[in-house]
Design a protein around this ligand. Structure first.
Ligand SMILES: Cc1cc2nc3c(=O)[nH]c(=O)nc-3n(C[C@H](O)[C@H](O)[C@H](O)COP(=O)(O)OP(=O)(O)OC[C@H]3O[C@@H](n4cnc5c(N)ncnc54)[C@H](O)[C@@H]3O)c2cc1C
Length: 63
């Protein structure tokens, strides 16, 4: 659904950096849909927390 919005790999995973940022400013992704290694519940939970904090940081810096 987001392949025309953000960069995805040949496997369809959303490409993110260490702060769960996609290539599009203000758009974050986390969990199994991303390039994060190890598709496990606790990894997805941590990535979700990280994406939330990164989104908060983005809004603080850009509003
Ligand atoms: C059979 C099986 C067994 C597993 N066993 C384990 C295990 O024992 N331990 C472990 O740690 N991990 C296990 N996993 C992996 C674990 O389930 C995942 O890593 C974890 O659920 C990823 O969480 P997520 O939130 O990233 O994605 P998901 O849990 O997949 O959540 C994504 C959500 O997005 C929804 N969605 C999809 N498309 C759309 C759309 N277009 N619009 C709106 N909503 C949408 C889906 O319905 C789903 O609710 C298992 C996975 C499978 C398939």
């Amino acid at each position: 659904v987001v392949k025309d919005l953000v960069d995805v790999t040949a496997h369809g995973e959303i490409e993110i950096d260490a702060k769960c940022r996609t290539n599009k400013p203000g758009v974050f992704a986390c969990g199994d849909v991303t390039t994060v290694p190890f598709k496990q519940i606790n990894i997805a939970m941590g990535e979700g927390s990280k994406a939330g904090l990164a989104a908060f940081e983005y809004l603080m810096m850009n509003s």
